[in-house]
Design a protein around this ligand. Structure first.
Ligand SMILES: Cc1cc2nc3c(=O)[nH]c(=O)nc-3n(C[C@H](O)[C@H](O)[C@H](O)COP(=O)(O)OP(=O)(O)OC[C@H]3O[C@@H](n4cnc5c(N)ncnc54)[C@H](O)[C@@H]3O)c2cc1C
Length: 444
């Protein structure tokens, strides 16, 4: 049986980025993708550091032509707003020459990326699912595939790259995948409407916290919106609502969602759900295989880090594989440095996500966050959330510790107002008067 240089499982941003780089380097690459493209995928808000990868792949102008230009992300805290304007980077930012990114429709974006892989010479098999791994001893040497016409066949590769997203095929089969607590889920849909705010119209990503969760609103091309929320599975279960009822309630009651779109808004897609959002593989590489993108780990999307990490991890792995001597077997040690860098990214972004959720539960922390804005703080923060996760880790660690400290000092809002009360689907900061009233009642 023919042995390919590389077999890539999954053709999302991670798989297609790896395929383009490897095929451009002259390697024989096969991509196995179970869907037919274009297909819907969530994850539309991108980071400026990723634009450097678009340039390298030669897809920047194609992406620019079908997207909304994104100047930054903005979080609403009651009456206050905290903008992360990408032009406020520090001088070492990797994106200082392109301080902007894009809001994309993933069906179009992912198709541009995979078309580029085919142009570079990769053999992409759409509508084909990877069902089993093939071993030679302990080494993964190939996969069994099934096309949607029922055809079953095997593929062998010198290196197998798992880019199957949250499915994380190899880590799951090898029982390396662990779920991180607490379980959160995403509920989302597309709406047709016009923006009511200039910042949304100008392409800003807008988010708003509620207790242990958040909502997002972002404009897509042609007066469509991506609308969604992330919350704990426990909270969703306790609500007794269906996903569609929950999203509709949020669109009615959450200030960002209810006021950010014109009243003639209309849902134009099904309401979709992603569960098990926090997970990570105990190993990122093993004998014959390596995991990239969400297949390596998934971090809460509150900082829109997923596509960047997918493409960045693909770039790192593809460069290593392309440079490895073609006559030798690739050892997992080739990916030691990759694993170390990815773990560093994972823990730093996790620290920031932790700080985010501490703030979501605590109005005092939100006040602190909104007070320390501007100058040095903002430049460090913007550089980090722009995608430079390899630097600023000590700064991010400190942010998290301050948030923890203030959070402990004042206690979570839920001690004062039940976390499941309706106002917690609104912004926690906006509910501060209710909290104050509850405190006054207690004191009386
Ligand atoms: C609610 C929510 C909101 C998000 N928002 C953002 C955001 O705003 N910005 C951002 O950057 N990220 C966001 N993300 C994260 C983003 O969606 C992912 O990080 C990104 O898509 C990862 O890319 P990937 O290539 O690793 O995986 P994917 O894009 O998931 O691609 C994996 C591919 O593998 C294929 N596949 C799976 N199993 C098999 C199999 N057995 N055989 C063959 N093919 C297979 C799938 O069909 C898919 O095409 C969000 C995620 C969620 C859940």
């Amino acid at each position: 049986m023919k042995q390919h240089d590389v077999v890539i499982l999954g053709g999302g941003p991670a798989g297609s980025t790896a395929a383009t780089i490897l095929a451009t380097a002259g390697l024989d690459v096969v991509v196995v993708e179970k869907e037919h493209f274009p297909r819907f995928h969530i994850g539309e808000s991108l980071l400026p550091a990723t634009v450097n990868i678009f340039e390298r792949l030669g897809v920047h102008s194609a992406i620019r032509d079908c997207s909304v230009r994104k100047p930054g992300g903005k979080w609403l805290y009651g009456e206050k707003e905290v903008p992360g304007d990408f032009t406020q980077f520090d001088q070492k930012a990797s994106f200082k020459d392109n301080p902007y990114s894009y809001l994309v429709e993933r069906c179009t974006f992912d198709k541009i990326l995979i078309d580029r892989s085919e142009d570079a010479g990769a053999d992409v098999r759409f509508g084909t699912e990877v069902t089993e791994l093939i071993y030679d001893g302990t080494r993964v040497t190939g996969v069994k595939c099934k096309s949607d016409h029922g055809q079953e066949y095997e593929l062998r590769g010198r290196q197998i790259i798992d880019a199957t997203g949250l499915r994380a095929l190899i880590p799951s089969k090898l029982r390396l995948r662990k779920l991180t607590e607490p379980h959160r889920m995403g509920i989302y849909a597309q709406y047709a409407a016009r923006p009511t705010r200039d910042d949304i119209h100008a392409g800003w990503f807008l988010g708003q916290m509620f207790y242990d969760g958040w909502t997002w609103l972002l404009k897509l091309p042609e007066d469509r919106f991506s609308v969604g929320a992330v919350m704990t599975v426990e909270r969703f279960r306790k609500s007794g609502l269906s996903p569609a009822q929950m999203l509709e309630k949020l669109v009615e009651e959450n200030p960002l969602l209810s006021q950010g779109m014109t009243e003639d808004r209309r849902r134009i897609s099904d309401v979709m759900v992603t569960g098990n959002m926090g997970n990570s593989s105990e190993q990122l590489a093993g004998d014959g295989w390596v995991a990239i993108g969400d297949a390596a780990y998934f971090i809460d999307p509150c900082y829109s880090s997923g596509v960047h990490l997918a493409m960045k991890s693909a770039e790192m792995v593809a460069d290593l594989v392309a440079a490895a001597p073609s006559s030798e077997l690739i050892c997992p040690t080739l990916f030691e440095d990759y694993t170390q860098k990815m773990r560093h990214h994972e823990s730093t972004v996790h620290n920031m996500v932790d700080a985010f959720y501490i703030a979501s539960r605590n109005t005092s922390v939100q006040k602190m966050v909104t007070t320390f804005q501007g100058g040095w703080f903002t430049r460090r923060f913007v550089t980090f959330v722009g995608g430079d996760f390899d630097r600023n880790s000590s700064y991010i660690g400190r942010v998290r510790r301050y948030c923890q400290f203030v959070g402990k000092l004042f206690g979570n809002d839920s001690r004062r107002t039940p976390a499941n009360s309706p106002e917690y689907l609104h912004n926690a900061a906006a509910s501060a008067p209710a909290t104050a009233a509850a405190e006054a009642a207690e004191a009386a």
